[in-house]
Design a protein around this ligand. Structure first.
Ligand code: GDD
Length: 357
């Protein structure tokens, strides 16, 4: 296995990187960091409507040099699949990773040095009702990318996976835990994507970094996750739906830390699965609500609902492997990160009012 000698000193030389899911929460932040580091980024997204597309438009517009207010192309437009927009070293292309012909054309048009695959159907609960969507995007989409990579000799693949694979295992979660019995179609689809990547590594020598992200938060995060929902509900005086008593904990990880780990994972590793998480510093949901109440100067109206059977009580990441292989450790304390997120929310409050949760 070819490892960088000093994990903390790895800086990838400027390259052309294919980043899928670029209008997504983590993808947009990752694109910004790659561009700032001097890389050329070709970002693709299908701008699907799983959650309010206005957030994807905002993130994309910032990457294209705007102020976040311009609305992006609509996936329902007949011309959507041909759309391409360029700003400096950033190119956006409207593209479905499930469409193998479109993926192959993309690889014929560009010479990529690495692929970061962040295009995915996310969300555990939605996956219970729509498992077929998770199989097609998260599994077939990944396979399309891996096949195009092996055909065109692109050797580095970074795959976003998830702490959801550990549901049912005892915390703290270590990469060596047995995750062969995923409790949701979402987790099953990510496990399948990991396994497919392994087989392409074994058969075609593709160098793979699988990253299991733990509850990522930060500016312009997903509206189906608790932090942005809580901010909106507290701010707008809407009852805040709380499943259980709020004692459940999450090893929240700031998106800046996730981005740093994702960029660090571009180094050659062979095939490795690596946790990127807060590092065993979980915060309870109650504490998160209290932090936001303080930041916004408002009290939450709590609507307590029974604990959801599919939810995990606690998550906690063992991140020693990330430290060893990537020289990575989380740097943003949840208290600071959530305060910064509340500041972003307040600065963007007017258009966020219209966001559908
Ligand atoms: N090109 C393309 N993009 C897609 C497709 N399906 C979904 N996407 C895009 O992929 C992006 C995923 O981003 P988000 O939904 O905002 O999720 P995230 O928080 O960035 O999720 C990432 O992290 C999760 C773990 O925390 C990961 O599980 C997941 O892989 C995802 O990469 C979205 O913008 C969505 O439109 C597709 O078939 N093709």
């Amino acid at each position: 296995m070819a490892l960088a000698k000093d994990p903390s000193s790895f800086t990838p030389s400027p390259r052309t990187i294919l980043l899928t899911g670029v209008a997504g929460f983590i993808g947009s932040h990752t694109a910004r960091a790659l561009l700032a580091a001097g890389h050329r980024v070709v970002g693709v997204d299908n701008l699907n409507t799983y959650y309010d597309v206005r957030l994807k438009d905002y993130r994309l517009d910032l990457l294209l040099g705007g102020d976040g207010s311009r609305l992006g192309p609509s996936p329902t437009d007949s011309a959507f699949a041909g759309i391409e927009e360029v700003h400096g070293a950033f190119t956006f292309k409207a593209l479905e990773v499930e469409d193998s012909a479109a993926v192959n054309r993309l690889f014929a048009d560009y010479r990529f040095d690495a692929v970061i695959n962040l295009a995915a159907r996310a969300g555990v609960r939605y996956s219970v009702e729509h498992p077929e969507l998770y199989a097609s995007t998260n599994v077939s989409g990944s396979v399309n990318l891996l096949q195009a990579m092996s055909k065109s000799g692109v050797n580095k693949y970074v795959l976003a996976s998830s702490s959801s694979l550990y549901a049912g295992a005892p915390a703290p979660f270590v990469e060596t835990h047995n995750v062969n019995r995923p409790l949701s179609p979402y987790a099953a689809s990510k496990l399948a994507a990991e396994a497919m990547a392994y087989s392409f590594h074994h058969l075609h020598g593709i160098d793979v970094s699988v990253l299991r992200y733990f509850t990522v938060y930060g500016p312009a995060s997903r509206p189906d996750m608790s932090p942005l929902r809580f901010l909106k509900w507290i701010d707008e005086g809407t009852p805040l739906t709380l499943y259980g008593d709020g004692s459940q904990t999450r090893d929240f990880t700031h998106v800046d830390d996730i981005v740093a780990g994702t960029v660090a994972a571009l180094r050659p590793l062979g095939y490795e699965v690596i946790n990127l998480g807060g590092g065993n510093t979980p915060m309870s949901i109650r504490r998160l609500i209290a932090l936001f109440e303080e930041a916004l100067g408002k009290r939450a109206i709590i609507d307590q609902q029974p604990f959801h059977g599919g939810d995990m009580q606690d998550t906690a990441a063992d991140v020693s492997k990330a430290e060893r292989l990537l020289g990575w450790a989380p740097t943003v304390k949840p208290e600071d990160g959530f305060r910064r997120m509340a500041e972003w929310y307040q600065a963007n409050r007017s258009w966020l009012r219209g966001i559908r949760l």
